[in-house]
Design a protein around this ligand. Sequence first.
Ligand code: NAP
Length: 294
Amino acid sequence: MDNKIIDGKAVSEQIKKEIAAEVADMIDHGIAAPHLAAVIVGEDGASKTYVASKEKACHSVGMTSSVYRLPESTTEKEMLDMVEFLNNDPEIDGYIIQLPLPKHIDENKVINAIKPSKDVDGFTSVNAGRMQLGHPCFIPATPNGIMELIKRSGVETVGKNVVVLGRSNIVGTPMAILMSRKGIDATVTMCHSRTKNLPEIARQADILIAAIGKQGFVTADMVKPGAVVIDVGIHRIEDASSPKGYKIMGDVDYDEVYKVASKITPVPGGVGPMTIVSLLQNTLKAAKGEVYPK
Ligand code: NAP
């Protein structure tokens, strides 16, 4: 592949091989394969797709996976009971609650009932707080995957200007924290919907990370020539010419930005595959007791 393109698919395949080797070694030593569970509530199509791909990824590296499918009518109490059951099941190393939950369930309450040592999505306040302080923790999969992609693609970060577009708890905010950590040492600006002169700020970026959820938002005139561009966005766009009837596009106007960037992640095949692999990395860490002692 063209060396301007940061190939998340290839990097994620390499990491999967590394994980599979570790899992095989555990099994050879009589240790149970890491076990990731997922809870999905209701019939949301995108959620079902995500959970299916997580399940498939688990199997591809020799991990065990289980999926608990609950009806849309599940009550908050039933959800909390499920969380308690998973917290106490010694065979499950880590689990995720696929979001969004139905509106009648308080997501925060459910997420924060997850035992931090099994919170492989890194969404509990405990793991978020530990990340903020630089303590051992589970880092949310997408920002963790981006950090791994940046490191493995040889992108220099020390002293660089990083602009993060978006401040969500699962992408933008952790991304900004991680990029400013000692050892990474970037200077970070985080933008959101109330930011003034966003294009001007974006143009200062040596590394521009787009996580705003607006298809094609980042245009070539917002990118400094030679910048590295990381596109987190996922948008399913109708496309009659594609066999699936849709194509996946990002937050970046890829064709135009490609011409000015020094490196860029494609969509699909950039950040997406790294997100799933990060979840597997967190599950492996959970099984080995690397973040919290077993
Ligand atoms: P989100 O929770 O909707 O957050 C979007 C952020 O972008 C918010 O902070 C919002 O600002 C900001 N924003 C929205 N419109 C803006 C505008 N016009 N100008 C400046 N800032 C704007 O989204 P998210 O969960 O972080 O996800 C972002 C994108 O990444 C989505 O396309 C999502 O599908 C994708 N995603 C991909 C992966 C992956 O694996 N590749 C994983 C997670 C998410 P305010 O805070 O001011 O509202």
